[in-house]
Design a protein around this ligand. Sequence first.
Ligand code: 8YV
Length: 327
Amino acid sequence: MKSRIFVARATFPEVLERLSQHFEVESNQEDRIFSADELIARVAGKEGLIATSSEAITAGLFKANPTLKAVCNTAVGYNNIDVEAATSAGIMVSNTPDVLNETTADFAWTLLMATARRVTEAEQWLRAGHWKKWTYDGFVGPDIHGATLGVIGMGRIGQAVARRSLGFDMKVIYHNRSRLAPELEQRANHAQYVSKEELLRQADHVVLVLPYSKQSHHTIGAAELALMKPQATLVNIARGGIVDDVALIAALRAGTIAAAGLDVFENEPALHPDFLQLKNVVLTPHIGSASVPTRLAMAHCAASNLIAALSGETPSNLLNPGVSKRG
Ligand code: 8YV
């Protein structure tokens, strides 16, 4: 008999088709957002769950669903899943690293350039019919080429962001939990390891690419923003909660920094309403990995992890290798 699985969010028909060859699949193609209790009810009797970072996968869900053996997140980040509780419950957890590195790095640059060069602000002004003449100071911003790029979080995506700066003749500095091997620093446009404080003082453009955890909560708050140059920009493509949004709003208002580009927010999709009043912020709805090939690759990666997990193999992207699997 085929194992039963639940796919929590609407996905590519070809991925559902592939999953159906292995499993009895129940899916949410209407893409409803479930409450915690509804999700528990939909997972009931299933052995596998394919989730996204929008679903909170909690100890309560594991307790209420004793048949569940594997949760496969369709995201590289997995702060939506209580991995420790999953491990105690004997449930395998996986993510989708690597397949999104390049697309997400492309998007960091999209936001950096739109932010520094004030693209969305200028476009809104043009659409509102204000363009009557050219001026020397119209929408001027800082330069990107020749500037210093600061990357906080120098994992695989951070390194891909840094590599791209070569074409802009930039100096790269980075901060990370640990220093990279010399050959990786060299590939990342000769990135130099510095303290977080030094990075914030020196960088013209700061990009955040670190995973969210209790330790990285509010990595950027009022004190950190105060260290940055008044002409500097800040880009967050990582996770909401890494930046203290209230402190950032105050800094953008006061001109402590010039501008910010944000793809992620505390409590998203409900963002702080004051962001909408600010001109010096570019706002996007968590679309860092949103290219068609990458989203398809992520969906297939999660499917491969689940197929391996429920066939008694070890999923390539298992996050809790110490888990004693449920029988
Ligand atoms: C996902 C992301 O698309 O991979 C991640 O961690 O943030 C995005 O690429 C999103 O989280 C949906 O799961």
